[in-house]
Ligand binder design. Structure first.
Ligand code: FPP
Length: 237
């Protein structure tokens, strides 16, 4: 899609990193960094929807993050719960459809109900889809897909030799979504940290030193400009 010469990616994904360091530098508790991070989510979701991005996915909590101190995990889960209750106006004002993908078996009953309510309330919005990756990891996603395929094969529904890339992709939680065109990671770390291992095969990467609570509309639009100048060849010449 074109927007004032800008080549707008269909799917932008963000590894939101640096909340803890931002808080520590301000002499605040780590959780306050996550609270500030919600404001960046709001700013980037609004900017992305306005720019014509179709999918914005956010790595909000990895399977590995369950290993953080209990106080931080509980704080993050209650922050998520609060977001499910408070963010409806932002999504309705910007015609955003909301979705959460990840390992639901580890989420509380109350959080699952909050997610379902927000997904249902925004289901008929027709603009951008905001996808929060929660209790997610790339290896978990691939393993689950392999298990489903193995189970389909042993039930005689599919022959192992017939399994295609599309059959595999259809069993990942991102089924139906385009692969991310652009993956942004904030806070100066240059790694994928068990994120979209399958889906990132041909993604463009952008690593920035800016900490997530300081990443707003200006930084998001600059990232789209950088993407716009990239030459994507998908292994061809
Ligand atoms: C990484 O920073 C960030 C997280 C683990 C949590 C991200 C969550 C939010 C921004 C809040 C809510 C999000 C949504 C979608 C409603 P870090 O804590 O690893 O930072 P550090 O590396 O500086 O310690």
């Amino acid at each position: 899609m074109e927007n004032n010469e800008l080549k707008v990616p269909r799917h932008v994904s963000i590894i939101m990193d640096g909340n803890g360091r931002w808080a520590t530098r301000q002499g605040k508790q780590r959780l306050e960094g996550h609270f500030a991070g919600v404001e960046s989510v709001r700013k980037c979701a609004t900017a992305a929807a306005r720019a014509g991005v179709e999918y914005l996915s956010l790595y909000a909590f990895s399977e590995e993050n369950w290993g953080r101190p209990m106080e931080e995990v509980e704080g993050l889960m209650s922050l998520m719960m609060r977001c499910m209750k408070n963010e409806l106006p932002t999504f309705m004002d910007n015609n955003i459809k909301f979705k959460v993908l990840g390992n639901y078996s580890r989420l509380s009953v109350a959080l699952k109900a909050g997610i379902k309510a927000l997904e249902n309330a925004t289901a008929s919005n027709t603009g951008m889809t905001l996808v929060v990756m929660l209790s997610y990891s790339g290896k978990w996603d691939i393993l689950e897909a392999a298990r489903k395929l193995a189970s389909d094969a042993s039930a005689g529904k599919i022959r192992p030799e017939d399994i295609s890339m599309d059959d595999f992709g259809a069993r990942l939680v991102t089924n139906g979504m385009p692969d991310p065109d652009l993956i942004i990671r904030t806070s100066g770390e240059s790694r994928l940290s068990n994120y979209f291992l399958w889906q990132a095969a041909y993604s463009e990467f952008l690593f920035t030193d800016v900490l997530w609570p300081e990443f707003g509309e200006k930084e998001f639009m600059e990232a789209l400009e950088v993407y716009s100048r990239r030459d994507r060849r998908y292994g061809k010449v």
